[in-house]
Design a protein around this ligand. Structure first.
Ligand code: PHE
Length: 348
């Protein structure tokens, strides 16, 4: 049906539609909306003329009809802009799958830590728990409770780095034995303690002022030297080779009696004699022994009822043998070429 008011709006409607078509960016649409369609906008203002109109209904219809057309054109143009913006974004973010990939350097583990974890795994598999103790400790735990009283010549075996008269960097992980026994209240113990140790030593191919040990301690009723030997033999077989053998040589440590040095049959020549074992067929790997009755007594165990064994494994020493590393200092120099080399060996 004809509406006599249509012409009233057609001119401005056309003008706005052209402006919408010509809009270049989204802001242009906002400007158009503000200028014409806001409360005081030029188009909205035409509504005031309704007062003069004799057919107000027809006037209203014509106004709304024109306004809807403009609104529709505006939202269509807006959608067009949004689509273009999205396309542009997608294009900018698209990945060229033909480009060469980025090279991520994944870190590899220092052979020291590999061996440390392997030793831990072997003993955890035998029912040991892993304990830690302080690296800076008092004379009481590093020496006294291990049957090394003040002025005892055995202190010379481990020339220690002192902080003051009573405080020192632990010279062995045996100090952790004393801590664990103190807290066990006379109960059985089966622990290993891996950790750093320090001695005032020359730094050369086989010595370092800092190195690491894994201490082992078992205390219970009826523990004997045979248990120690079986345990260390199993360790040697798992760590070095299925047919590894071990032997005990008598030795001296103040905190064990009897004390032994433990050799493992050379895994390189199977005992025939080679450069790795310096012709002897055997390689020394650790110190061990039955816990000295004085040590048991000092920590509240009755040596008539309880017995135990202890051992101390040098981690670097095992890693050097295992991987044929000739210089202990390589473990601490963080030379990536060295570290990567020993990971390659494991992959072979
Ligand atoms: N603590 C000794 C050392 O550092 C090793 C050891 C540990 C020996 C336990 C016997 C028993 O040389």
């Amino acid at each position: 049906m004809e509406n006599k008011y249509e012409n009233l709006f057609s001119e401005i409607e056309k003008k706005i539609l052209v402006l919408i078509i010509q809009a270049k960016i989204m802001d242009d649409l906002t400007d158009i909306r503000n200028k014409y369609l806001s409360k005081k906008g030029e188009f909205s203002a035409l509504m005031n003329k309704i007062r003069e109109a004799d057919d107000k209904k027809a006037f209203g219809e014509a106004y709304n009809f024109a306004r809807r057309k403009i609104e529709t054109a505006l939202s269509e143009k807006l959608a067009e802009f949004q689509k273009a913006a999205l396309n542009e974004k997608l294009h900018a973010e698209s990945i060229d799958i033909t480009l060469p990939g980025k090279n991520y350097n994944v870190g590899v583990m220092n052979p020291f830590y590999k061996v440390k974890r392997e030793i831990e795994d072997i003993f955890v598999g035998m029912g040991y728990t892993v304990e830690n103790g302080p690296e800076v400790d008092t004379d009481k735990y590093v020496f006294e409770l291990l049957n090394i009283p003040k002025d005892h010549p055995a202190r010379d075996m481990q020339d220690t780095l002192y902080i003051d008269d009573n405080l020192l960097l632990r010279s062995h992980t045996s100090s952790v034995q004393a801590h664990v026994m103190e807290h066990a209240n006379g109960k059985p113990i089966k622990i290993i303690c891996p950790g750093k140790t320090f001695r005032r030593d020359d730094d050369d191919m086989t010595h370092s002022h800092q190195f690491a040990q894994v201490e082992g301690l078992v205390i219970d009723k009826n523990i004997n030297l045979g248990n120690l030997k079986a345990t260390l033999e199993l360790f040697a077989k798992k760590m070095f080779s299925k047919d590894s053998k071990i032997r005990f040589r008598s030795s001296y440590f103040p905190f064990t009696e009897p004390s032994v040095e433990v050799d493992v049959s050379c895994f390189n020549c199977k005992g025939k004699g080679c450069s790795v074992c310096k012709g002897s067929g055997w390689i020394e790997i650790l110190g061990a022994g039955m816990v000295h009755p004085n040590v048991l007594k000092m920590s509240g165990y009755d040596p008539e009822v309880y017995s135990g064994y202890a051992f101390g494994i040098g981690i670097e020493r095992v890693a050097m043998l295992r991987y044929g590393i000739d210089d202990i200092r390589r473990f601490y120099q963080s030379d990536v070429r060295f570290i990567e080399e020993f990971n390659k060996k494991d992959e072979d």
